[in-house]
Write a protein that binds this ligand. Sequence first.
Ligand code: ASP
Length: 196
Amino acid sequence: MNKVLIINTGGTIGMALTDNGYTPIKGYFRTELERIEELEHENMPKWDMIELDPILDSSNITVNEWNKIGEVIRDNYDSYRGFVIVHGTDTMAYTASALSFMLKNLNKPVVLTGSQIPLCELRSDGRDNLITSLVIANDAVVKEVCLYFGGKLMRGNRATKFSADKLIAFKSCNYPYLADAGITIRYNMNLLRQPA
Ligand code: ASP
C-alpha cells in the first residue's frame, strides 16, 4: 500500500515522433519513464504502471475508457496509496469530471496529468507534471479526483483547458486551486473534500 499506480491512457506526454507526427505507441511511455532518473530518487514514491489497450489520443476517449479507468481503480483500490492517470490534454478535464462523479466515497488521491510537449522532446513539461503528480498521489492529502498541470492542482470537475499552447494550460473555474506547487507543495487544506 506504499506505492502509486500510474494508469496510462495515452496523450501527448507519452507519444513518439513518427512519420505521421506524434503518435501513441504501445509500450513507448514505459521506455520514456525509464529515461527519467528522478523517478528513482529516494524521495520518490515507488510506482507500478498499467497501460490501457489501446492507448489513445484523448480526442478519441469515450465513456468506454472512463469505465475502463474506473474498473482499474476499483480492482486496485486497496493495493495503492493513490493513482495517477496519464491522459491527453484535449479531453482530460472531461475525464476528470466524469471520474469525480463515478468514484464515490473516494478516500485516496486520483490525479490526472499529461503535458503539452511529449517526454521525448527537450523542453517537455511532462517530467514535472508527472513527478509532482506522483508526489501528490503519494502524499495522500487530497482524497478526491483532481488534475495537476503547470504547478497547479485543481478539483477535477472544476478544471478546464484554456490554452493549446501555454504550459499552464488549465485553470480552475469558480473554485480556488487545491494546491500550488512552488518550492513546496502547499495544499489549501480548508478547500479539500473530506471523505463521507
Ligand atoms: N491531442 C492530444 C491529446 O489530447 C493533446 C495533448 O495531449 O496535449 O491526446
